[in-house]
Design a protein around this ligand. Structure first.
Ligand code: PLP
Length: 377
């Protein structure tokens, strides 16, 4: 059996090296390392794939979030509501811009930001909501857009984990994750569903004016060479990373299918195990792209299970072990523990199994039987 990894980047590379290598080589030969034709080519191809008007590439997913917030003109003291159960990048950039992060609880089933909690957190200072499409499945965007409209708020989708996912509206129409809010951010970190071979990120929007503003912000606030109209940053996707991404983008739908296949096999193996809750799926089959395959365990010692799997050479992860509102950097005396009951529980119950495009049946069978053996012991 092949060694089991959380993410098998080498196995994936071996499948596509015949297109990735020449794509990288082409950049080196042309020496257009920054803002070269590859970056524009990838940008246009991603716009087409997502059916969004503007993709603005940048240096990483954290920058993408920060730049989206800068582009919207959010001001110090503005309150931004986001989920307590996510990677810290989301809340970090809110704090860095001297905006006020307002963390709220999530749903127990899909782990995404809770709609009632958002409503409860809105004050006259609230300016934006940042739903994070956690583990590869969209938050309830229809409800979030309604709240935003009635309170005149911006919606910034953190789509770092859900690129390629579909969102299905109540009436059955569909849109790609990251094209529903006013602006979205994504990450091309190597282990993300569309990952490059270094750091990378992008911002998406359908708003022409916002896209223009953001294109200046990523480039030192310049709209005309050496004219700095706003305070910007230096955040670029380099051409070699764009070459990798452009070679991988045609495979993204297949990658999503492979992840879903692996998820279906895990689901099947665990379906009669009462102490395991398999991932909840919203809407239709293409809605979840399984950036992570995350179980909830009941009545078993999660940390002992982690040790058991590791002892059998099965890597696994706990995403995330500490709620953001309990992190030293983001603690706030205004928070009330009773408002975070779901996140406080999830951090004890979740465990993510290996999930990537190269998992084979033998590996999945070994992982599931090792896990079930632990439960039956
Ligand atoms: C990975 C990730 C980010 C940050 O992306 P980087 O490219 O690592 O900066 C932001 N938000 C979420 C939810 C992520 O998973």
């Amino acid at each position: 059996m092949k060694k089991i990894q959380m993410v098998d980047l080498k196995g994936q590379y071996n499948q596509i090296k015949d297109t990735v290598n020449p794509s990288i080589q082409e950049v080196i030969e042309t020496t257009s390392f920054i803002n070269g034709p590859k970056v524009h080519e990838f940008q246009r191809n991603l716009e087409q794939y997502l059916d969004v008007k503007h993709v603005i590439p940048c240096a990483n997913g954290t920058d993408a979030l920060q730049i989206a917030m800068m582009g919207l003109g959010l001001k110090p003291g503005d309150e931004v509501i986001t989920a307590d159960f996510t990677f810290a990048a989301t809340v970090e950039v809110i704090a860095l811009l001297n905006l006020t992060p307002v963390l709220v609880d999530v749903n127990p089933d899909d782990f995404n930001i809770n709609i009632e909690a958002i409503k409860k957190a809105i004050t006259p200072k609230t300016k934006a909501i940042v739903p994070v499409h956690l583990f590869g499945q969209c938050a309830n965007m229809e409800a979030i857009m309604e709240i935003a409209k009635s309170h005149n708020l911006f919606v910034i989708e953190d789509n770092a984990q859900a690129i390629g996912a579909t969102y299905t509206y109540k009436d059955g129409t569909k849109a790609k994750a990251g094209t529903i809010g006013h602006v979205s951010s994504t990450s091309f970190f190597p282990s993300k569903n569309l990952g490059c071979y270094g750091d990378g990120g992008a911002i998406f929007t359908n708003d022409d004016d916002l896209a223009h503003t953001i294109r200046g912000i990523v480039n030192h606030g310049m709209y005309e060479r050496y004219h700095h109209d706003v305070v910007g940053v230096n955040s670029r996707l380099d051409s070699i990373q764009a070459a990798v991404l452009d070679a991988k983008l045609p495979h993204l739908d297949d990658y999503c299918d492979r992840r879903r296949d692996a998820a279906n096999k895990y689901d099947e193996a665990f379906k009669n195990i009462s102490s395991i809750e398999t991932p909840y799926r919203n809407g239709s089959d293409d809605n979840h792209v399984f950036h992570q395959y995350t179980l909830k365990v009941k009545d078993i010692d999660r940390d002992a299970l982690v040790k058991h799997l590791n002892a059998h050479n099965i890597p696994c992860g706990v995403y995330y072990p500490i709620p953001l509102h309990l992190q030293k950097a983001y603690a706030d005396s205004r928070y009330n523990e009773a408002d975070f009951s779901i996140t406080n529980q999830l951090v004890n119950d979740v465990i993510s199994l290996p999930m990537h495009t190269e998992l084979d049946d033998e590996q999945i069978e070994y992982i599931t039987s090792t896990l079930i053996n632990f439960i039956n012991e």
